[in-house]
Design a binder for this molecule. Structure first.
Ligand code: NAD
Ligand code: TDX
Length: 339
């Protein structure tokens, strides 16, 4: 049987990077192509181990570059596309929304056209629970796949737009697709602009932790490796055209998350500094994953085991995140906060 070719867009980033490693190791008989523009969020140093393997390939390209993407698809004739590449940070979408439309909307449409042209077996679009908007604090309410899309930030609006295009290419052209909508991920290689790695790296450096508003906003946390297993399952077993929510019932307030990290590292809660709230800050996200569970998925990490593993990973891999926080990111952080 011919080897399958799997394109992973955004495979130099956090989740796509974990997914590339997961797929290269799990499927030696698949060729895994990591396509990434290497923006501020992409780095290849994380792939030192898998770079030695024959079934790993890297292509530097912009998903919004129609000529480059069309030529690549014609040449490689991918069987599967798993689409992670995006501008992913809500705060950056508030200060500079335009690139979110270019990458997340136009980039997705270019990939859909290229996938349609060569007739891929499956296009998996990795989306987010943020497209559903926000929930109130009633703990019995959850996002289901039928919750209407009501995105509140430029980031989530761009993701919802791309979800709509993916759906439309299925309805209009019969492109085989799935859309996954996952809750907040955390784990190894999480870029330190996001709450959990930002807190770990700053606590380790005895720096203040900026907590937005009153810290009572709730996120539903999922370890990135449980997300990778979910995408793998949907890629192979997802019913054509369906949406699957991904989440493990791990709701925590931001303050609970920050305090857990501080106490695990044996530091003082005096490091917490309440700062001006994020504009349009969604109150609560919480996922009902029943539909995905029916396919056979269940998470392997609890929040307690996952956060302990993650903190240990940041302790063991200082070199990786120190190189990031000392670069261009430093300018971003200084513009973002005055701590
Ligand atoms: P990330 O910001 O860590 O990585 C994004 C990657 O995409 C980077 O490697 C970057 O270089 C690449 N990229 C950006 N623009 C590109 C372009 N024009 N062409 C090619 N590559 C480009 O993001 P992440 O947190 O790993 O998120 C991955 C996907 O998962 C995104 O689509 C995001 O919306 C979705 N998602 C993220 C979370 C989360 O908690 N992080 C939760 C649910 C869904
Ligand atoms: O410094 C901070 N202080 C703070 O209180 C930062 C960076 C965040 N926060 C709050 C805002 C959120 O309520 O913590 C929560 C988590 O923030 P982020 O880590 O920025 O994640 P979020 O905005 O929830 O979005 C993430 O999950 C869904 C990803 O970045 C998205 O790509 C994904 O779609």
């Amino acid at each position: 049987m011919a080897r399958k070719k799997v394109l992973v867009t955004g495979g130099a980033g956090f989740i796509g990077g974990n997914f590339v490693q997961y797929m290269v190791n799990k499927y030696p008989d698949y060729d895994i192509y990591n396509l990434d523009l290497l923006t501020y969020a992409g780095d290849l140093t994380k792939h030192k181990e898998i770079e030695k393997k024959d079934n790993y390939h890297f292509v530097k390209a912009d998903i919004a570059d129609r000529d480059a993407i069309t030529a690549l698809f014609e040449k490689e004739q991918f069987d599967y596309v798993t689409h992670f590449a995006a501008e992913s940070h809500v705060d950056r979408s508030i200060t500079d929304p335009e690139i979110f439309v270019v990458t997340n909307v136009l980039g997705t449409q270019v990939l859909l056209d290229a996938s349609k042209a060569i007739g891929v077996t499956k296009f998996v679009h990795v989306s987010t629970d943020e497209v559903y908007g926000e929930l109130d604090f009633d703990p019995t309410t959850f996002f289901t796949e039928d919750t209407p899309l009501q995105p509140n930030s430029p980031y989530s609006a761009s993701k919802a737009s791309s979800d709509m295009l993916v759906r439309a290419y299925h309805e209009t052209f019969g492109l085989p697709i799935n859309i996954t909508r996952c809750s907040n991920n955390y784990g190894p290689y999480h870029f330190p602009e996001k709450l959990i790695p930002l807190t770990i790296s700053r606590v380790l450096n005895d720096q203040k932790i900026p907590v937005y508003g009153d810290g009572k906003n709730i996120r539903d946390w999922l370890h990135v490796l449980d997300h990778c297993a979910a995408i793998d399952l949907v890629l192979h077993e997802g019913a054509n055209g369906e949406v699957y929510n991904v989440g493990g019932h791990n709701e925590r307030t931001n303050l609970e998350v920050v305090k857990t990290i501080i106490s695990t590292l044996g530091k003082s809660e005096e490091l917490i500094e309440f700062v001006t709230d994020r504009l349009g800050h969604d109150k609560r996200y919480a996922i009902d994953p029943t539909k995905l569970e029916a396919l056979g998925w269940k998470p392997t990490y609890t929040f307690e085991s996952g956060i302990a593993q993650t903190i240990q990973w940041y302790l063991d891999n200082k070199e990786w995140w120190e190189q990031i926080i000392s670069g261009e990111y430093q300018n971003y952080f200084e513009k973002q906060y005055t701590l």
